[in-house]
Design a protein around this ligand. Sequence first.
Ligand code: ZN
Length: 301
Amino acid sequence: MHRLITLCLPLFMSLTVLSYGQDQFAKVEIKTTPLGDGIYMLQGSGGNIGISAGEDGVFMIDDQYSPLTPKILDAIAKISDKPVKFLINTHWHKDHTQGNENLGKKGVIIVAHDNVYERLSTDQFTKALNRESPAYPKVALPVISFNDAATFHLNGLHIQARHYAHAHTDGDSIIIFKDRNIIHTGDLFFNGFYPFIDHTAGGSIYGMIETTAVLLKLVDDKTKIIPGHGPLASKQDLQDFHDMLVRSVKIITPLVKNDLSLEDVTKKNPLKDLNKKWDNGHFDAEFYLGVIYQMIVEHNK
Ligand SMILES: [Zn+2]
């Protein structure tokens, strides 16, 4: 009996782990939101996907987690009978790029900022998450990278990727559907909850503030904004997010200048008013505070 248990226990445990991992994505459904002119927002698990579908084929922005690729391609097949031609990664994080390998194998041309290529092609370590991200295989890497901006002319659209330095990471792009008043912000904007800012990959809350201020000048009250995470957004949502970042820095800076440790700052619960609205995402208030505290300390050295 004892022998049977020792034999079976590891098997049972590995099955549990396996089924949990599969379940996590088995339940995910891809929700498609049409935005007009063959442009769509797709939501599943991970960063929001943008699609342009038309006579020249499918143009895709971000691709979520690899187990979701078949479901995402099924959702795209309901929009278009054409193949995915181009994929652009708004930044390197896996919740936006893990489908690259599956899509690269299908011959999709992957495009991204130079720093996305750099980070995906080398091993990465994200300190705040204590997470290692091994380099992607060649087939999953961008075959075209750009340093400032790139414009795609297809489906009767001019789709421009513009890079902004040192915000969520050091390789962020926003995607603008020119003359259509639709933009995809990547993770420069989390709609309705605290963001993650990837300090070890060159991100900065000061860059997030600057860049969201620039974005606010690009949009108007009718702009449809696809955020990196959260529901489809308006200019007001983006303004609220920007204001929250500004207030966070304003609240924490004097505490840092008074040499308070992160522990002491956390005890004071200084973001409690902001938490009511913003502490409902994947990254909780304490995590957010820890991330921005470090950046504010370095900024005020
Ligand atoms: Zn991200």
